[in-house]
Design a protein around this ligand. Structure first.
Ligand SMILES: NC(=O)c1ccc[n+]([C@@H]2O[C@H](COP(=O)([O-])OP(=O)(O)OC[C@H]3O[C@@H](n4cnc5c(N)ncnc54)[C@H](O)[C@@H]3O)[C@@H](O)[C@H]2O)c1
Length: 263
């Protein structure tokens, strides 16, 4: 695929959570293809041609200031990737040992919904105001296959992604008249990112009754292509969706899971 085919040069794209994991890979891909990328993250730094703006997406004021800075510097926002997200595996009820430490509480609920849903809402609203003025733009919401299918040990996380999918469908209906596309991307099982740190994997294994702690054995049997996804493959899809090559794709959630559809 050549840079010219995607024609990303000059496009101004904000990637929330772009300092790590999938977001960092998306930043690389967009930048390599000529876009001007701005990372909006609670931590990280600028590099090469990539800008960094420190921003907690759960804070509406910080989100609006971040968008204002981008418009002041680049005059426009062509793309927003709502990628920042958090996960915390626990059960609704610990039916193994009745251990409250493995059961979701209100603080977990608020933490997960604040970042994954409210943060995405703040970012989309601020970006959409600019995109409506421009009469064009693309919003990509990074969801999860768990948001389509549910997932043991990740019920609140899955619910946040289900909510995000619903935003995708509604925002596409509201914003289409302004030539703004809104698309969801739902990854499945991928190369490890900091989100899947050892503590997270241990907690997830507990919820699934896997005493060895190795959740990956369980996964491989469920993926028709027989392997985990590469972060680069998600980044390639997102870059395509940001380009005019995907100009008739909106209001849908694309699974990128190697064929896995039940988890
Ligand atoms: N890793 C996977 O296998 C996987 C699978 C499906 C979906 N996803 C989704 O992909 C996205 C990225 O996941 P990842 O694995 O790269 O995670 P990650 O933990 O590696 O990166 C998340 C980034 O979000 C940032 N962030 C967290 N809270 C924030 C806040 N309040 N404000 C601003 N930035 C914040 C973090 O600082 C970090 O840089 C998430 O939305 C996640 O739900 C991941």
């Amino acid at each position: 695929m050549t840079d010219d085919w995607l024609n990303m040069k000059g496009k101004v794209v904000i990637v929330t959570g772009g300092s790590s994991g999938i977001g960092a890979e998306i930043v690389q891909s967009l930048s390599k293809n000529g876009a001007q990328v701005i990372i909006a993250d609670i931590s990280g730094s600028a590099y090469e041609n990539v800008d960094f703006i420190q921003c907690d997406i759960t804070n509406q004021l910080q989100v609006e200031e971040m968008m204002d800075k981008v418009v002041a510097k680049y005059t426009r926002i062509d793309g927003l990737i709502n990628n920042a997200g958090v996960n915390r595996p626990k059960l609704l009820v610990d039916y193994y040992r009745g251990d409250k430490a493995h059961e979701f509480d209100e603080a977990d609920f608020d933490f997960l919904f604040n970042v994954n849903v409210k943060g995405a809402f703040f970012c989309a609203q601020a970006a959409a105001r600019v995109m409506i003025r421009q009469q064009c733009g693309v919003v990509v919401n990074i969801s999860s296959e768990a948001g389509m299918e549910g997932s043991v040990g990740q019920s609140i996380y899955s619910a946040t992604k289900g909510a995000l999918n619903s935003f995708t469908l509604s925002w596409a209906k509201e914003l289409g008249r302004f030539n703004i596309r809104v698309i969801g991307v739902a990854p499945g099982i991928n190369e490890p990112t900091p989100m899947g740190n050892p503590e997270h994997v241990k907690a997830l294994a507990y919820t699934r009754g896997i005493e060895s702690g190795d959740v990956s054995v369980d996964y491989m049997k469920m993926i028709p292509l027989g392997r985990q996804g590469k972060l680069e493959e998600i980044a390639d899809l997102v870059t395509y969706l940001l380009s005019d090559r995907s100009s008739y794709i909106s209001g849908t959630i694309l699974n990128i899971t190697g064929g896995k559809s039940r988890g």
